[in-house]
Design a protein around this ligand. Structure first.
Ligand code: MOS
Length: 755
């Protein structure tokens, strides 16, 4: 079915934070961010700002009634800076005024004296200076050290991935309202309503039950609002707490880009060893994650990097070590893939370098090493693998041998245009790696007119999760979809939600919906059984008709519900779901953290203009393991969007901070994101239906993050095209592959200079 939001989206009627009608008396907040990346606050002078027209009050850390702390994993992040500042843009004060313009004008009059401290922007420098967010972690399987001597080929190198701006269309924001007796209602553009509620409670020093967080939908999140929405929501809540007035703050684009963290950049080392048959027998890697100035979600992101260090390959001897490094940049955070893509890039770079060294195609190595069912990942879980099935289906459907012949012919006939191809097989683990987060709840009401209202912990952010929730209920009750409404996500209706993240939202919340609907249906069947003197197990509903013993009872859904009410049957249910079988022991770094893995293979073809350094992605041909998709248009959209988002990260999007920690790429004029012209000219998606038993909702596998990884293929296809022009091109494994980098590869004299 179509995304249930498509009608109101198209008509511009969907409600986002900034569309919530203003309540009379609403005040407007704007944060004052530190102009320096690191230093001690000597003096903060608010005098002139306070006298500006329209200013109601300016808040600082002194106004925090509870704890001045919003750190989720590590308590290292103040809401408002008190003694020190750790990054440019770190909120120091909050101006509240009668209009946005007046608040912004007052911001300019705030004076701050900062005694500068040394600024670190590079993660390796941070590690050398002992600036780590958490202790390093190492995943191990087998014994790499004793394996090197058995390798026929050993290659070492470095791989670097830059950050990525989330660029959700809707910027961060919140709108808070005073309720009676000190309670506060928070409308927030957040993926994590409970995170907002929990941290607001800590900051305000009041119980969570006084904080109602409500989310109708987001204009995109991509991980950027998993944790980082809390700041703005809590700043507004702080102002509402003191002023007893509604307070709104919707960041403008430059504020959002400057003050919020992005995808964690990584600088990594690798060493890979293969035997004479191209089997990878040893892989050692060290990741340096640029966490920024506070932990935020970086330790969890780092963990997922380790879980995906071998991508979709079986390697018997692995040692992967990861450092989360503290720098003076805005705290970096979750971004679609959550560290997985950063890890996968490193092993793909290692394979590419080994292939060039040995003189084979990278795909010969990739194919030989695909993980098989029963093989063990470095963290102890045994694979239930579709890797080879995806790869072989891609070979069968897309005939890559023919593509390569065509490419070689093209390259022989053309001097200034060269083509390249690359395979990108993927494997992504589904579940929060922090096991307790894998739980969800749903509240289902059936009203006396037969209509149904559903609340879950899932946040709709464009990914279509509400449509999927609706499909689950429609299937179980066998009613028409127009009878069902999915409500906003609200902490008064659904408690202790996990953020909508980790690709697990539809599975977890969908199962909770399933459980709640089944419970109501069970009671209704008992009623039917009694009324028609049949057994409850013989009763079912089909297209709103009640059936028993193979035939219709001439008794409709609406009659059944009305009878249910008269018989005083519970027509509401709260369902709780926690996937079984998940466990992980971080002391030994072994366990079974994932409900299942998603697999796929992409074949990418590119053309490079060797005069200009520009390029086009000609085609990306994908075989993706969907399980059994319950919503083909939505899942296709997730694949296409994820692919293009990753192509952007691999090729165009270049985040630049200067040595003072100032963001230079702070607007869409200096930060290039993919547009319609960057989309591959052809995207083919072959739906691989895998019928195996799995823990996905209705066996429709999670699709949020996995397809992002296909975009890595574009980077390696570009390298292959460059090598077709200049076989001795020496290029480091650094992203993004901007046209400048392509030119350096094509014409640079020595090793390419780092951008
Ligand atoms: Mo997502 S990166 O797990 O919010």
């Amino acid at each position: 079915m179509k995304n249930i939001d498509s009608y109101s989206h198209l008509r511009g009627e969907s409600i986002y934070l900034d569309d919530v009608p203003l309540v009379a008396g609403t005040l407007f907040a704007v944060a004052f961010g530190s102009p320096h990346a690191h230093g001690k606050i000597l003096n903060l002078d608010l005098g002139e700002a306070e006298k500006m027209p329209g200013v109601v009050r300016i808040f600082t850390s002194k106004d925090v009634p509870g704890e001045n702390q919003i750190g989720g994993i590590v308590p290292d992040e103040p809401l408002l800076a008190n003694h020190n500042v750790h990054f440019q843009g770190m909120p120091v004060a909050l101006v509240v005024a009668e209009s946005v313009e007046e608040a912004r004008n007052a911001i300019k009059k705030i004076k701050i004296d900062i005694d500068p401290l040394p600024i670190i922007t590079d993660p390796r420098e941070a590690r050398a200076k002992g600036e780590l967010i958490v202790p390093p972690r190492t995943f191990r399987i087998g014994d790499v050290d004793s394996t090197w001597s058995q390798c026929a080929h050993i290659v070492e190198g470095m791989a670097e991935t830059n950050g990525q701006e989330h660029l959700y269309i809707e910027t961060q924001g919140a709108y808070t309202f005073p309720l009676e007796n000190g309670s506060i209602r928070i409308i927030s553009s957040t993926q994590g309503p409970t995170a907002v509620q929990r941290h607001a409670a800590i900051v305000l020093g009041i119980p969570m039950h006084m904080l109602e967080v409500d989310v109708t939908r987001l204009g995109g999140g991509f991980g950027g609002k998993e944790d980082q929405a809390s700041m703005w929501a809590i700043l507004c809540a702080l102002a509402t707490y003191h002023l007893k007035k509604p307070v709104k703050y919707a960041l403008d684009r430059m504020e959002d880009m400057r003050m919020t963290g992005k995808r964690n950049p990584y600088s990594s080392d690798f060493k890979i060893g293969l035997d004479k048959d191209l089997k990878i027998i040893a892989f050692e890697t060290t990741y340096h994650q640029n966490a920024g100035a506070a932990a935020d979600l970086s330790p969890a992101v780092l963990e997922r990097t380790l879980f995906h260090s071998t991508n979709t390959y079986f390697v018997p001897n692995v040692k992967a070590t990861a450092y989360s490094c503290r720098t003076n940049l805005p705290p970096n955070t979750a971004f679609r893939g959550f560290g997985g893509p950063q890890g996968m890039f490193v092993i793909e770079a290692a394979i590419d370098k080994a292939a060039k060294h040995i003189g084979v195609q990278a795909w010969e190595i990739q194919k030989k090493n695909l993980i098989q069912t029963g093989d063990e990942f470095p963290f102890g879980q045994k694979a239930d693998s579709e890797a080879t099935e995806c790869w072989e289906t891609a070979e069968h459907v897309y005939q890559p041998d023919q593509i390569q012949i065509r490419i070689e012919k093209f390259n022989a006939e053309n001097i200034l245009f060269k083509k390249g191809m690359a395979f990108m097989p993927i494997c992504f683990g589904i579940s929060f790696t922090k096991t307790p987060m894998n739980q969800a709840r749903a509240l289902v009401h059936v009203y006396t007119d037969g209509s149904i209202g559903i609340s879950t912990g899932a946040v709709e952010m464009g990914q279509g999760v509400n449509t999927k929730m609706l499909q689950v209920a429609a299937k179980i009750f066998s009613v028409e979809t127009h009878r069902i409404k999915i409500y906003s996500t609200n902490t008064f209706r659904i408690a202790n939600t996990s953020p909508s993240a980790a690709s697990a939202t539809a599975d977890l919340n969908g199962k909770a919906v399933e459980i709640a609907c089944e419970a109501i249906l069970g009671r209704l069947k008992d009623l039917v059984a009694e009324k028609f003197s049949v057994s409850p197990s013989e009763v079912w509903i089909e297209n709103e008709q009640v059936m028993a013993k193979g035939k219709s009872l001439d008794y409709k859904w609406i009659q059944l519900i009305q009878d249910g009410y008269l018989k005083r049957i519970g027509l509401s249910e709260h369902g709780h779901y926690a996937p079984p079988g998940l466990h992980y022991d971080a002391k030994i770094e072994k366990g079974h953290p994932f409900a299942y893995h998603v697999f796929g293979t992409a074949i990418t073809e590119v053309t490079v203009d060797c005069l200009r350094g520009t390029y086009e992605v000609d085609a990306v041909k994908i075989v993706h393991d969907f399980g059994t998709s319950t919503n083909v248009p939505i899942d296709r959209g997730q694949i296409e969007g994820g692919l293009v988002q990753r192509i952007g990260w691999m090729t165009l999007e270049e985040i630049v901070y200067d040595e003072n920690g100032r963001l230079r790429s702070n607007a869409l004029s200096t930060y290039k994101v993919p547009d319609i012209y960057s989309v591959p000219k052809e995207i083919d998606i072959h739906f691989l239906e895998t019928k195996k038993e799995n823990m996905a909702i209705l066996k429709s596998k999670a699709v949020g993050e996995p397809p992002l990884m296909y975009g890595i293929g574009t980077y390696f296809a570009l390298r292959n095209a460059i090598a077709a022009y200049r076989p001795d091109a020496e290029m480091t494994y650094a992203t993004p592959m901007t046209p400048e980098r392509v030119l350096m590869g094509l014409y640079g004299k020595k090793k390419m200079v780092e951008a």
